[in-house]
Ligand binder design. Structure first.
Ligand code: TXA
Ligand code: MG
Length: 326
C-alpha cells in the first residue's frame, strides 16, 4: 500500500503543478490541482485529450461541494448521503471560480468523492480539489492498476500511487443535477434504479438541454485489436472460421465452453457482473497484447446489473474499428 511519505510527496507534486496518478475504487485517475490551470493543461497534453472534454473534480467530502458548485439542489444532498464516498459523479452548476479548462467551458462542473483509502488520504492531505480523468490515453482502455498507468504514460507522469487493483473496475455513474430533472449521463456500478429509489423520482435520459458529456463518445475504451461482441453460438462459429483461415483469435468468454482450435487465446471472465467489471479492463489489455487479429467478446446478459459493462463494451467495439477515438 501507500506510505504517509508517498502521500506527502504526491501532495508536493500537486502543489508544484505536477501530475499524480492515483487509485480510486472505479479506475485510476490522472490528477492535477484543479485550481491551477497550468497543471490542468498538462493532463490534456499527456492524455492527448481534446480541450472540450471536461474533467471530474475529486474532493475529500461533500462539505467541499460549496467551493465548486452553486445553486446546489436538495437531490445532491440525498445522493451524496447515500453514495459518497463512492462511485458516483454529480454534475452541478459551477461556481464562478472554476476554470474553463476543467469544465470545458460549460456552465456545469462534475464532482466526485471517491472512497478508495489512498484517494481519500491524498485528498485530505492536499486539502483542495483534484481534477482527474481516467489514467489512460484518449479513447483507450482505462487503467485499473498502477502497472497499467506506468505502461500507458511511462515517465511523463511525475508520481504514480499504487493502491492495488481498483475494486469496481469501471468508471463512476454520472448524474446530471443541473437541469429541471435529474438525468443519467453515464451508467456505472450504481444503477439508475438505485438512484431513482433515493431520489424518489424518475431519471431522465440525457436530453438536448443536458450538459454535454463528450467523454461518453460512441468510440471509447478501445483496445488496439479490432473487437467484436456477439452471442456465444455465433462467437464459436466465427472463432472456428477465422482460425481455420490461419488467424489468431482472442476470446473473452462468459458461459461458452472453450473449443479446441489452433491459434485460439481463450479467457474465461467471471460469470457475475461484479467480478466481470472488476477484471474487464485488465482482461481487455491482456487480450490486446496477445498478438491476435481479432478479439471476440461474448455479449453480456441484458439485465440491469450488466448495463454499464455492455455500455463500455459497445463503445470499445466502435472505438476499436478506428485507430483513434474522434
Ligand atoms: O470513475 C471515474 O469517474 C473516473 C475516476 C478517475 O474518478 N474518472 C473518469 O474521468 O472516468 P473521465 O474524464 O475519463 O470521464 C469523465 C466523464 C467524461 O465523459 C466527461 O465528458 C464527463 O465526465 N464530464 C466531466 N465534466 C462534465 C460536465 N461538466 N458536464 C458533463 N459531463 C462532464
Ligand atoms: Mg476516461
Amino acid at each position: 500500500m501507500v506510505s504517509d511519505r508517498e502521500i506527502e510527496n504526491a501532495v508536493a507534486v500537486l502543489r508544484a503543478g505536477g501530475l499524480v496518478a492515483f487509485p480510486t475504487e472505479t479506475v485510476y485517475g490522472l490528477g492535477a490541482d484543479a485550481s491551477n490551470p497550468e497543471a490542468v493543461r498538462k493532463i490534456f497534453a499527456v492524455k492527448g485529450r481534446p480541450h472540450d472534454h471536461p474533467l471530474i473534480v475529486h474532493v475529500a467530502d461533500a462539505v467541499q461541494l460549496a467551493n465548486w458548485a452553486r445553486d446546489i439542489p436538495p437531490q445532491a444532498g440525498k445522493l451524496a448521503r447515500k453514495f459518497w464516498p463512492g462511485p458516483l459523479t454529480l454534475i452541478l452548476r459551477r461556481a464562478p471560480k472554476v476554470s474553463d479548462l476543467v469544465t470545458g467551458g460549460q456552465d456545469t462542473v462534475a464532482l466526485r468523492v471517491p472512497s478508495h483509502p489512498v484517494a481519500q488520504a491524498l485528498l485530505r492531505a492536499f486539502g483542495g480539489g483534484i481534477a482527474a480523468p481516467s489514467a489512460n490515453r484518449f479513447g483507450r482502455v482505462s487503467a485499473t492498476t498502477a502497472d497499467h498507468v506506468r505502461r500507458e504514460f511511462g515517465a511523463t507522469v511525475d508520481c504514480v500511487l499504487d493502491g492495488g487493483a481498483a475494486d469496481v473496475g469501471i468508471e463512476s455513474t454520472i448524474v446530471d443535477l443541473s437541469g429541471a430533472q435529474p438525468a443519467l449521463l453515464r451508467p456505472g456500478w450504481i444503477t439508475a434504479r438505485q438512484l431513482q429509489d433515493v431520489l424518489d423520482m424518475p431519471l431522465a435520459a440525457p436530453g438536448a438541454e443536458s450538459p454535454r458529456a463528450p467523454g461518453t463518445l460512441a468510440k471509447h475504451y478501445a483496445p488496439q485489436t479490432p473487437l467484436l461482441m456477439m452471442e456465444a453460438d455465433l462467437l464459436l462459429e466465427l472463432a472456428a472460421s477465422l482460425t481455420r483461415q490461419g488467424e489468431r483469435v482472442a476470446v473473452l468468454a462468459r458461459c461458452a465452453h472453450q473449443p479446441l482450435l489452433p491459434g485460439l487465446v481463450w479467457m474465461m471472465a467471471p460469470t457475475e457482473a461484479k467480478g466481470y467489471a472488476h477484471d474487464l479492463y485488465a482482461n481487455l489489455r491482456q487480450l490486446d497484447e496477445a498478438g491476435c487479429g481479432t478479439i471476440l467478446v461474448e455479449a453480456p446478459p441484458p439485465d440491469a446489473a450488466w448495463l454499464a459493462i455492455t455500455d463500455r463494451l459497445t463503445r470499445a467495439v466502435a472505438g476499436s474499428a478506428a485507430p483513434e477515438a474522434t
